[in-house]
Design a protein around this ligand. Structure first.
Ligand code: HAM
Length: 419
């Protein structure tokens, strides 16, 4: 028996209702904020992610699905959406046509992490980006959009953690401070951290190696190295969030696992999902366009992990449903009636009703049971008698009441089934 690949999942019919409901909420709220959908390919040139996300990150260093295609081109299944969106915006000169872009995207992402609850190798994100604005209003709008979505789907067991990673000059000063702090300890630290010390010491802070843990707690904190410009920017973002009544917790130790961030960084976290506590995260990435080869353009955005949102909704007993109501179940009692029943069903579907027929040729009793299981509002019964008289029996499931109606009077049938 061939099984699903480790870290991937089938989303079963009993689960897709909840997915569709979340997806509909994302779409609805994103368009209320003036966002438009942009769809990018599932795979890209490897270089897009290694340059965009950063060579020394766990994502690029350990987690990407990278392979050579038949033409020996190095291809990577996208581990996230932001780099692809920025590439698409540059390539299609979208920012030249509109100086402020609001874009969203939803789909599968791939990271070869160790699978556990809430951590998959193929997972799904809802992602929203605001491109072109270096103003704190964009940061606030991004966070308000994220909070509005979480509220709309009914989640309450989460908090927003907010930090500033400052401008490039501040991060440079911090980088030196980190190197100075780690240098005396580096001999006893992991190989990963040794490699990161000179190239990208910030990434040492992401380390999950037990031998690194004792040194992480006392490491200098980036916030203490922010210059005036960075602090002012952060204050303006915080003022807007306060005015908009968005509760948050300032968390000066929050670092994100991707290199492209500057200034605002944030994460929505929950205590209900064990170690996979981030249901979403994002931040500002003013240098990313240049990294990828575009003109300097500021940007800010975030992504939610859809599986984690669904797990948390389940924890809170709030899993959404979007079951389609079955209006009519058509029961045919013999060979010839089966064709008549299928024709009736099709004509009523064309009038917008949800109509199912039995494709197993089951007994009357079994078809009635199936109609019950599907919670059909009405059942149509056609046997030889009805067929010969051009009639159909319509039974109201809630009351058990039955009436005979004309088989081909679709207008009257539609009216009866809609009331
Ligand atoms: P990220 O923090 O790497 O950010 O991922 C965002 C969210 O995706 C996480 O908070 C988590 O809910 C979910 N996620 C990540 N990895 C997994 C996994 N292996 N299994 C299940 N869920 C996962 C980004 O991807 C950035 N592109 C966000 C962003 C957009 N920043 C600016 N714009």
């Amino acid at each position: 028996m061939i099984q699903v690949v480790r870290g991937t999942k089938d989303i079963l019919p009993s689960e897709t209702g909840a997915w569709q409901s979340l997806e509909a909420t994302f779409r609805r709220i994103a368009s209320q904020f003036g966002f438009q959908e942009l769809r990018t390919p599932l795979f890209e040139h490897t270089e897009l992610f290694s340059r965009g996300i950063g060579e020394m990150t766990d994502i690029v260093g350990k987690e990407m699905y990278t392979f050579l295609d038949q033409g020996q081109t190095s291809i990577t299944l996208r581990p996230e959406a932001t780099a692809s969106i920025v590439r698409a915006v540059i390539e299609n000169t979208l920012i030249e046509k509109n100086p402020l872009l609001r874009l969203w995207y939803m789909g599968a992402m791939f990271r070869q992490e160790r699978p556990q609850k809430g951590r998959l190798r193929q997972f799904h994100q809802f992602d929203a980006e605001i491109l072109g604005s270096a103003q704190p209003e964009a940061d606030a709008e991004s966070i308000v959009l994220a909070s509005t979505i979480l509220r709309a789907i009914g989640l309450s067991a989460f908090e927003l953690r907010l930090n500033s990673l400052g401008n490039a000059a501040s991060r440079l000063r911090y980088r030196e401070a980190l190197q100075e702090y780690f240098r005396p300890h580096i001999g006893g630290m992991s190989e990963d951290s040794k490699g990161r010390l000179e190239k990208n010491p910030l990434r040492i802070l992401d380390s999950k190696h037990p031998e690194d843990k004792p040194f992480l707690g006392d490491a200098p904190v980036l916030f203490d190295y922010l210059d005036d410009e960075s602090r002012n920017y952060f204050e303006r973002v915080q003022k807007l969030l306060t005015a908009l009544e968005i509760p948050y917790i300032a968390d000066y130790r929050l670092v994100r696992g991707l290199d492209y961030y500057c200034h605002t960084a944030f994460e929505f976290v929950t205590t209900r999902l064990g170690s996979q506590n981030a249901i979403g995260g994002g931040g500002r990435y003013d240098g990313l366009f240049e990294q990828i080869g575009g003109k300097p353009t500021p940007g800010i955005g975030f992504a939610f992990g859809i599986e984690r949102l669904l797990l948390l909704l389940e924890e809170e007993g709030k899993t959404p449903t979007s079951d389609t109501q079955c209006d009519l179940y058509v029961i045919a009692l013999d060979d010839d009636s089966s064709a008549v029943g299928m024709k009736l069903a099709q004509n009523l579907r064309l009038k917008g009703l949800v109509v199912v027929t039995d494709a197993l040729r089951r007994s009357f009793k079994a078809q009635m049971r199936d109609a019950d299981r599907m919670k059909a509002r009405f059942v149509a019964i056609i046997g030889e008698n009805e067929r010969l008289q051009g009639k159909v029996i319509i039974k109201t499931m809630a009351s058990g009441e039955q009436r005979e109606m004309a088989l081909e009077d679709y207008e009257s049938l539609q009216y009866a089934l809609n009331t």
